[in-house]
Design a protein around this ligand. Structure first.
Ligand SMILES: C[S@@+](CC[C@H](N)C(=O)[O-])C[C@H]1O[C@@H](n2cnc3c(N)ncnc32)[C@H](O)[C@@H]1O
Length: 209
């Protein structure tokens, strides 16, 4: 099944399934960004709008994109703020409908594991940023991928559906950001409360243009 079709199916239960990575990402986003204000935020791979609601509270405008109509439909019903505009976009397509230099924050949350080739996607995200703008990346930590963890959910007939994913090493994220002309200013690793003794669950990187 394609990644897009998988997410169209997963959208029905994405918000209600137990998912510690999703929940940890939401908490890290709240802690990092809720004290700050932004003018124009671009959210890339917004899913069901888990982080869009937070972004709408801290920005004058949010442009939230995803290629799954199922995920977008959930997001639209969850986040009704007039400051938010949801639209369909495949991040692998060459042209993005985002004006160059228009955003002071762009964020990818739990989406880049589904992108095979990081460099062109990070380069398009960098182009959206104004000078001094922040690119935030939050991903399932590759250490977890080395252990076999992968995005997955329980399908309609009760069987497990694994969503196609690609492993990107920490150095690949840093390299792709730097090639896009960005400066790495932060790298953090995060554990869920129930992760004691395990490798980090989440990797976040913050770049500045
Ligand atoms: C694990 S969900 C994360 C959603 C949301 N960012 C969150 O943190 O809850 C991954 C999302 O990335 C989207 N996605 C995956 N590949 C994509 C692509 N090539 N273009 C646009 N969206 C994509 C999926 O449709 C899905 O909504």
């Amino acid at each position: 099944m394609s990644i897009e079709a998988s997410y169209n199916q997963w959208s029905a239960v994405y918000d209600t399934n137990r998912n510690r990575t999703r929940d940890l990402d939401a908490q890290v986003m709240r802690n990092r960004f809720s004290p700050h204000r932004f003018r124009n935020v671009v959210e890339l791979g917004c899913g069901t709008g888990k982080n869009t609601a937070l972004l709408a509270q801290i920005a004058d405008a949010v442009h939230a994109f995803d290629f799954s109509e199922g995920m977008l439909a959930r997001a639209r019903s969850r986040v009704t703020s007039p400051l938010v505009n949801f639209a369909r976009l495949d991040l692998n397509q060459e042209q993005w409908p985002i004006p160059d230099g228009s955003a002071d924050l762009a964020t990818f949350n739990l989406v880049l594991e589904h992108i095979q080739s990081l460099a062109p996607v990070l380069s398009r995200a960098a182009a959206c940023l104004s000078s001094g703008g922040i690119l935030h990346v939050s991903e399932l930590h590759p250490f977890r991928q080395y252990e076999g963890t992968q995005a997955r959910f329980e399908g309609a007939n009760g069987s497990e559906v694994k969503v196609e994913a690609f492993t990107h090493h920490v150095s690949e994220f840093i390299d792709a950001g730097q090639r896009a002309g960005l400066r790495l200013v932060k790298l953090n690793e995060w554990w869920h409360d129930e992760d004691a003794g395990r490798p980090p669950r989440l990797l976040t990187l913050e770049f500045v243009r």
